[in-house]
Design a binder for this molecule. Structure first.
Ligand SMILES: Cc1cc2nc3c(=O)[nH]c(=O)nc-3n(C[C@H](O)[C@H](O)[C@H](O)COP(=O)(O)O)c2cc1C
Length: 255
């Protein structure tokens, strides 16, 4: 079984490929959080976790899911974690390993896969150029080809890009970011520009956006600040504070 979270589609693309390669079933974490979260593995079945890095840490929704779920026969089953990122993940995988240990799970394989950047809500943060986007996706395709035989053979390995000063990024900068900046409060819609298409609500992975009189309204429930609502707006009517007014849009085009 493969548990995954994805905001703008990068990780969904990775997780779907792993499901095809391993023949194992996909579970979308936001949907699972509404159910019983009790799982039973088939003989020899692998456990996969796929998620994007958010502020050099696993997203809160992934942590909350791991703490709430229960796999009744996990012992002895191979477990792997694939983390997508725009650049690097600091000590994000160490955090995930700690979360897993609370459920007597242990990741045998841990991999980072660089994908196009989705976070644009801080000064100095931009979407990638089309050339860089393509290069990252081409490299990610090669990386999935390289790691999938190892995962099929249940190998233990690490292929992680931590980046510079990983402890500081995860435990100082990331702790501040995840504590204060994962919120839907800065989202605004320009009612004059909005074309009432509903793409924002349709693409919110946690169903935190609803339409009221045709305009998006953020419910202040379970927002991951993935920016999917912003990125999917076809007319740039949605912004996150003022920084995104001069930023581009990105989401993985696989639908
Ligand atoms: C809130 C947020 C925080 C992010 N933080 C990081 C980060 O710390 N390091 C990094 O390399 N990329 C970071 N990114 C970029 C994403 O990890 C990357 O684009 C990922 O592939 C997005 O996956 P998704 O499309 O499945 O949501 C961040 C993106 C978001 C939305």
């Amino acid at each position: 079984m493969i548990f995954y979270f994805s905001g703008t589609g990068n990780t969904r693309w990775v997780a779907r490929q792993m499901a095809e390669i391993t023949g194992e079933k996909l579970f979308f974490i936001p949907e699972e959080l509404n159910g019983g979260m009790q799982y039973h593995l088939e003989e020899g079945e692998r456990i996969g976790f796929c998620f994007p890095i958010h502020g050099w840490q696993p997203p809160h929704i992934v942590r909350d899911f791991i703490f709430s779920m229960n796999i009744d026969n996990a012992e002895g089953h191979y477990c792997y974690c694939l983390c997508t990122c725009g650049d690097s993940i600091g000590l994000g995988m160490n955090m995930l390993q700690r979360y897993l240990s609370k459920k007597a799970l242990h990741a045998d394989a841990m991999v980072t896969i660089q994908m196009p950047e989705s976070y644009v809500a801080l000064p100095g943060m931009y979407t990638d150029t089309p050339e860089k986007e393509k290069l990252k996706i081409d490299n990610a395709t090669l990386k999935i080809k390289e790691i999938s035989p190892k995962i099929l053979n249940r190998e233990s390995f690490e292929d992680i890009k931590k980046g510079p000063i990983p402890w500081t990024l995860t435990h100082i900068v990331g702790a501040f970011f995840n504590g204060k900046m994962i919120t839907d409060k800065p989202f605004r819609v320009d009612a004059e520009k909005c074309v009432h298409c509903g793409a924002c609500a349709d693409n919110c992975p946690t169903k935190n956006v609803v339409l009221e009189d045709g305009l998006p309204k953020w419910k202040h429930e379970r927002c991951t600040a993935c920016l999917a609502c912003y990125h999917h707006c076809p007319v740039h009517a949605i912004n996150y504070g003022s920084v995104t007014k001069k930023r581009g849009h990105y989401y993985f085009k696989d639908k």
